[in-house]
Structure formats: C-alpha cells, structure tokens
Ligand binder design. Sequence first.
Ligand code: HEM
Length: 350
Amino acid sequence: MTSFARRLRTLAVAFALGLGAAIFAAPAITSTALAQGAPASPAAAQEELLFRYLQTQPQGRHGELVGRVSIPDPKAATLIQPHGREFQEAWRSTMKWVGAVAILGMLAVITLFYLVRGRIRIAAGPSGRYIQRFDGVERFAHWLTASTFIVLAITGLNISFGRHVLLPLIGPEAFTAWSEWAKVAHNFLGFPFTLGVVLILLLWVHRNLPDSTDLEWLAKGGGLVGHAHPPAKKFNAGQKIVFWTTVLGGAAIAVTGFIKMFPFQFIATDVYGMQLATQIHGIVGFVMIALILAHIYIGTLGMEGAFSAMGSGKVDLNWAKEHHSLWVDEVMNPTRKASLPAGAKGAGAD
Ligand code: HEM
C-alpha cells in the first residue's frame, strides 16, 4: 500500500468515528438545550419568537391564541384554546357525575316514594263509566315523542356511560356492534323526536299556560303528598312542568343535537360553540331523562287508571273527577263553564 493510500484510509476511519460520535451526542445536546429552555433548532427558535409575538396580539373571542392561515378556514388558525381544557375536564368527569347522580337519584326517589306511598288508587273505586281524554292525533304525537325519546335516551346513555358500564359486561366485540347501531339510531331518531315535540307544542300549549289553579295544586302537594285532590283543569301543575320540560328541553336538545350532527354549519361556527352545544345537549338530556322517569312511573305503576289516557284515550270517570275535576266540569257541562263563579270547585274537587 502506498503512503497516499494509507493516509486516505486513516482519514476515512477518522471521519466515520467522528460521524458516529456526533450521532450519539446529538440527542444529549438537544435534550440539554431543551432542558435549559433554549430552542432546539433555528426553526424552533423562530417558532418560539412567533409564539411570543402572537401572545402580545389581540386574542380570539374566547381567549384563544390565534395565528394566521392562508386557507379559507379561519378555525385552522387557532393555536391554543384555553376553554378546551376546561371543557375536556367537565366532559370527562363532572358531566358524567351530574348525569349519574340525577338519574340514579331519581330512581332512588321513585323507589322510596313507591315504598312509602304505594300505588295511588282511585279513592272512590273505578266507576266503569269512561270519558274521552285524548284523541288519536294526541296519542300519536305522544307516542312518537315518547318512543323516540326512550331510544334516544338509551343510546345517548350508551355514549356517556357504555364504555364504563356495558363494555366490561359484554366484551369489546358485542359492545362495538351494539354501539355502531346505537349511534346510527341516535343520529336519525332526532328528526322524528323533533316532529313529536312540535306536535305536542301545537296540540297542548293552550292548555299548559300557568294559572291560579296551579298554585293551589302545588300548595296542596298535588295529591301526591297527602291524600287531598286539589282541583285541576285538563293538565295540573305537575303535568305543565312535564309539558314545558318536553317542549323547551326538547327544543334545546334538538337544536344542539343538529349543531353536533352538522358541525360548524349553522349557529355554532367555531370550536367554542361546538363545545357549548355539547355541554347543553348532555346536561339537558340528563335532566330530561330524570324527569321523564318520574313521568313514566306516574303514568304506569304509580297511579291506578292513568295509563289508559294514553292507551285507549279514555279514562274512568271517577279517576277524572279525582284528578282533573275542573276539566270534567268543562267536558260534562260545557255551557256551565262560563257561569262558574271564580274560585268555585268543580265536581269531585275534594
Ligand atoms: C313509557 C313511557 C311513557 C308513558 C307510559 C307515558 C304515559 C303518559 C300518560 C298516561 C299521559 C297522560 C296523563 C294524563 O292523562 O293526565 C302522558 C302525558 C304526557 N306525556 Fe307521557 N308517557 C311516557 C313517555 C313520555 C315521554 C318520553 C315524554 C317526553 C319526552 C312524554 C311526554 C308527555 C307529555 C308532555 C304529556 C302531557 C303532560 C302530562 O300529562 O304530563 N311522555 N304520558
């Protein structure tokens, strides 16, 4: 080997050793630099400069740190959205606790009420005579809303709690298959549910405006607490609460549901709006489920004679006199209605 070739080989070995040492040393240098807070590279230094500059600039409507983009979607310019952290925390934990306490709490109250009060019987016993309470259109509107709500509630609860409650019980395969169907059902049943709520509003709003009979009904515990039968028109104060919760809660849940189904399309055009819609949808959903559990109990097991109002559409006359005396007066004596003195009690009012 010539001396030139020997020198060339020595240089190559030195170069290879140098390269190897550089590769091994690089991460150490970088992490030391990062640990000291220094930018890792000129590009990172520039980014940090830009970040500090943006912090001095006016922020987004909800305190977001906003950069600039050249594409038509301004949402893409959001770099940091502080509300997002609160939202995640609220969504992952607080909301679920609120929902679980509301629903399980209501189930506990219903069970306790049943144990203490038992089934509310028709005090005078069934008369065997019937009076028409709801016609076919009213019952259609009710069962359209009710059936879709029940499926929406179950599939919605699956989205919130399924992973914690159902997955460990039925395993990942069955849970995935069920959840896929549940999600499709939850998306599509929002439409007929909304229709049901609109029908209920149109059919019953004139009978659900608050009036003085509601105060008396509430003051006497609505016949649920104690055994009095305070006078009531077609709907008593408790039913008016169910009505307005269905209509206003249903509207809120429908609007926020559609916002979630078509993200960034309508009212909520930014991330903050989507988060708000998600929170309202969840909270109103939990509250409605809790209240409707009580409604279902009173409409079935809790009160003798109530279910047939939404079954056949007819109710026993004695049931009607005990729970809706002013309405019975109105139906049986339509001409007397106008001449009934103010504050007078109707048939079977007590
Ligand atoms: C199995 C489920 C349900 C049953 C057995 C049931 C039963 C009943 C009954 C018997 C009535 C008539 C009460 C009367 O004659 O005074 C009624 C009325 C009503 N229901 Fe339901 N219901 C159910 C689900 C729902 C759901 C899910 C909603 C709404 C999301 C709802 C909303 C209403 C409203 C607004 C009224 C009129 C106000 C009232 O009477 O409380 N129902 N229901």
